[in-house]
Write a protein that binds this ligand. Structure first.
Ligand code: HXC
Length: 513
């Protein structure tokens, strides 16, 4: 065999991974192989592999006789919609995709390159965790990755796709990245698995219930996007990347064409119910303002009382944050505050303007929320908005009550433009509660307390259940008709295109965690 043929044979051996039987097993579990996933993710023919022949150097427990070129992870770079990305894809067919010292070094190498060259990093995770035979060096390999995830945070977008097991401390790399996509039925994430849970807390739980895609999408919020299978997950990543810039010094790409169905301009005025205590779906309002079919909800199944997601206006990426009156009346609670804050900070880090729709009755009262720290968690959203320097526009559709009014991108916390629909109510609280407090004595001493209460409630509503007190004070910039919203938002974002604002010089802020 001549030397060129030797190379070709070596390449073939590396590409076989753990061999036919294990590839077969992977396929029988409805999972693609690590290499198939990369091909699915990238534009055709663009993958350039780095470190194909890397092998581990461990000798304990017979590992010296169990070496497979590549060492359980495929790393390199390629293009998505023509734009550079870096990728690693763990190969479960090689020692269960377990992370050795060299496996970690390969991942770190592409992370370093992604950071140096300012392009997103996509991690495709499918691994049994730390390579048990290697002991502490594999743990330190994980820590090397966590360190780089953190250093790259806010510099390049980092996306993690969970396509198999992800347990123990291994979950912390995905947790440090910007977005997690989980595949239904074939992926799970937990710090300790069902056996340890049973021993320690005597709870009986399956892997799926403990840490499957649904559990993390609905209960913990660890999972931002759920996909039905590997191909769908990778398609989602390709799509999401079209909303993001390559790095924090760039803007998101601008698609040349966008569509907007003009009939939505009139539909928008018909969405709010006449009765201001009835719910409506804020997504219908969002849909009437943004380019057609451009909303990509993040955390769709978590804290449904707030809607966050990427969208486009005139083809340009924006981030949308909106109270959702259709869930818990759109109240802000711990989960909604955390969800909103995390998204606002991603958008701000990556120069994505923010459009906020506000209809919020306040923060959720109760011992559960107070004792679990709504004060600290609510402050996260306040902090995130206050810190954001990207263009920011607020549209108040109905209620803007109390502290939640301040939090939801009010002008005082730095919104550049604040619009209110004629249906807006901008007040410390709802008229009924306000009347109860400030006219308590009058109501108590009245002949008919109920009539008096209603009279005082109407008096307060007359004063504040409209946008004009706020407009008189300049607390909002303009009262607009619902059908004017898209045009006002477009004009606003165009006006803000060259916004340049910087924070006071500091090492970093101290967000309430
Ligand atoms: C070495 C491993 C491995 C590991 C799996 N394998 N996990 N080898 N280190 N961590 C190997 C298996 O020996 C097997 O090799 C092959 O991968 C496939 O594994 P199976 O068990 O046959 O697959 P499956 O039945 O699908 O089960 C998958 C699994 C199970 C649930 C992930 O393998 C498992 O429980 N593995 C151990 C998980 C774990 O405890 N990891 C350490 C977590 S602690 P052969 O040669 O038989 O095919 C951790 C700390 C990180 O990760 C801390 C970071 C700070």
């Amino acid at each position: 065999m001549d030397i060129n043929e030797q190379l070709i044979e070596r390449r073939k051996a590396s590409k076989k991974g753990g061999g036919e039987a294990r590839i077969e097993k992977q396929h029988s579990q409805k999972k693609l192989t690590a290499r198939e996933r990369i091909i699915s993710l990238l534009d055709e023919g663009t993958f350039q592999e780095i470190g194909m022949f890397v092998e581990h150097r461990a000798t304990s427990f017979g590992l010296d006789k169990n070496k497979i070129p590549g060492d359980g992870v495929i790393t390199g770079y390629g293009r998505v919609h023509g734009r550079l990305i870096y990728v690693f894809s763990q190969d479960f067919t090689v020692l269960g995709g377990s992370l050795s010292e060299t496996h970690a070094a390969k991942i770190c190498r592409v992370m370093d390159m992604a950071l140096k060259n300012g392009a997103p990093l996509i991690g495709l995770n499918d691994s049994g965790g730390a390579r048990i035979q290697e002991g502490v060096v594999s743990l330190s390999g994980y820590a090397d990755i966590f360190f780089r995830n953190t250093r790259a945070s806010g510099v390049i977008p980092q996306l993690s796709v969970i396509m198999g097991p992800c347990a123990g401390g291994a979950v912390y790399s995905p947790a440090l990245t910007d977005f997690v996509v989980m595949v239904e039925d074939t992926s799970y994430m937990f710090v300790t698995g069902p056996n340890v849970v049973k021993t320690v807390t005597h709870e009986e739980v399956t892997s799926e219930d403990l840490g499957g895609a649904k559990a993390h999408a609905e209960k913990s919020g660890v999972n931002h996007f759920t996909a039905g299978n590997d191909v769908e997950a990778l398609k989602k990543v390709r799509d999401l990347l079209t909303y993001m810039p390559q790095n924090c010094n760039e803007l998101a790409p601008e698609p040349t064409v966008f569509e907007y169905n003009d009939s939505k301009r009139s539909t928008i005025g018909t969405i709010l119910p006449e009765n201001n205590t009835l719910p409506y779906d804020i997504r219908k309002v969002i849909d009437c303002v943004i380019d057609d079919k451009s909303l990509r909800e993040v955390h769709e199944d978590y804290a449904k009382n707030i809607v966050v997601g990427f969208a486009r206006i005139e083809g340009k990426t924006i981030g949308v944050v909106a109270n959702q009156p259709a869930a818990l009346a759109g109240v802000l609670d711990i989960d909604a505050s955390r969800k909103g804050a995390r998204f606002v900070r991603f958008c701000d880090a990556f120069n994505i303007p923010l459009l906020v729709f506000e209809d919020v009755p306040g923060f959720l009262p109760g011992t559960d929320q107070e004792w679990r720290g709504i004060i600290t968690h609510g402050a996260k959203l306040l902090y995130a908005f206050s810190e954001a320097t990207v263009p920011r526009i607020t549209v108040i559709t109905r209620k803007a009550y109390g502290g939640a009014y301040c939090v939801m991108n009010s002008k005082s916390v730095g919104a550049d433009l604040s619009f209110a629909w004629p249906t807006s109510e901008i007040a410390v609280m709802g008229a009924k509660g306000a009347a109860e407090i400030i006219f308590r004595k009058e109501i108590a001493s009245a002949e008919d307390a109920a009539i008096k209460h209603k009279e005082k409630e109407d008096e307060y509503a007359e004063m504040f259940a409209n946008p004009y007190r706020a407009a008189e004070r300049g607390i909002i910039d303009e009262v607009i008709l619902p059908e004017e919203t898209r045009d006002k938002v477009i004009a606003g974002f165009r006006m803000l295109e060259n916004k340049a604002e910087s924070l006071p010089l500091k090492k970093h802020g101290n967000i309430p965690l």
